[in-house]
Design a protein around this ligand. Structure first.
Ligand SMILES: CC(C)(COP(=O)(O)OP(=O)(O)OC[C@H]1O[C@@H](n2cnc3c(N)ncnc32)[C@H](O)[C@@H]1OP(=O)(O)O)[C@@H](O)C(=O)NCCC(=O)NCCS
Length: 287
């Protein structure tokens, strides 16, 4: 087929540009800002087939620090998967996934991924298991509002530096199950959470949250010392709140009466023997 396998090539500027063009093409995602701001992550390892200098199929393995049942470990997330239209159904993605996982063997305790709808049959074919991913929630009781919460703007280098300092010093959000990577967090700061970033200076904490109607969605709390949620909530609260969703395990937040429900739509897959059976995958663990 006259195609070339290239792996671990971030130090090759041309190959890296080809990868970025490929991701833009397949997923409509432009990594330029993540790269330009200095958060490109070597822990995000590429396995790609090239043809005439262009990437035609690619898989990345992201090795991430994690906590599972109180113990520090590593997990591997499969991400950036795709094959150009003309090259599909020739076994390329399957082969790259196998090569990536062979390389990662012995470096992690479990493999997970979030599938696009159209790729679900592919992951089943490749032996991944669909897993029920959860979210936690609680009812919102009215509390007096505290005002000193500051919206952060990642376009402002000072705010971005502040977020990165928090990200590097953060303590894991959960002892049950959490995944953390400062550079992946910066990806979320720049892309998915860009207008949902707040600092509560009095608590030395960042909160990523958004309100939808009467529901508050909390995506992450980034702090060296996670405050109890009853100290955080007055800064977020509004009189009409009825419910608060958490996109991570809340065991460190000291919330009474927290409940769990299935979070549909993530299409989460794992490889056999994933170390957590009913996880709430942190929103900011998604690559
Ligand atoms: C999903 C995708 C990555 C598959 O890539 P590919 O190189 O065509 O996959 P492979 O040829 O290695 O397929 C491996 C197996 O999965 C099957 N498969 C692949 N795509 C499939 C699909 N859309 N529906 C059903 N089965 C599929 C193949 O037939 C093959 O099965 P076989 O071993 O029985 O022959 C590719 O279609 C793609 O890039 N889609 C758009 C982007 C995307 O969804 N990426 C994934 C993001 S999570």
């Amino acid at each position: 087929m006259d195609i070339q396998l290239i792996t671990q090539y971030w130090d090759n500027p041309e190959a890296r540009e080809a990868f970025k063009a490929f991701i833009q093409d397949i997923h409509g995602l432009d990594f330029s800002e993540w790269e330009a701001r200095g958060y490109w992550d070597d822990a995000y390892a590429p396995f790609s087939y090239f043809k005439d200098g262009r990437v035609i199929s690619s898989v990345c393995i992201y090795l991430l620090d994690a906590i599972v049942a109180g113990r520090q470990t590593k997990l591997a997330q499969i991400s950036g998967v795709g094959t150009h239209k003309n090259w599909r159904r020739k076994g390329l993605s399957r082969k790259l996934t196998e090569l990536g996982l062979q390389w990662a063997e012995g470096r992690h305790q479990g493999v997970f991924l979030f599938a696009d709808e159209e790729a679900i049959p592919f992951y089943h074919k490749c032996g991944f298991l669909s897993i029920k991913d959860g979210l936690e929630f609680t009812h919102a009781d009215p509390v007096p509002k505290k005002q000193d919460i500051v919206s952060l703007d990642p376009s402002d280098q000072k705010d971005l530096d502040k977020i990165y300092t928090y990200a590097k010093n953060k303590t894991p959000i959960s002892d049950k199950f959490s995944v953390s990577s400062a550079k992946l967090l910066m990806f979320h700061a720049l892309y998915t959470m860009r207008s949902n970033l707040y600092e509560i200076p009095a608590l030395e904490s960042l909160v990523f949250f958004a309100r939808k109607g009467d529901i508050v969605n909390v995506y992450d709390i980034v702090s060296e010392c996670i405050p109890p949620f009853e100290e955080i909530y007055p800064y977020l609260s509004s009189k009409r709140d009825s419910r608060i969703n958490f996109y991570f395990h809340t065991d460190k937040l000291g919330i009474r009466g927290v409940q769990t429900e299935i979070n549909t739509g993530n299409n989460t897959f794992v490889k056999k023997s994933f170390p957590v059976s009913t996880p709430v995958f942190p929103f900011t663990s998604m690559a």
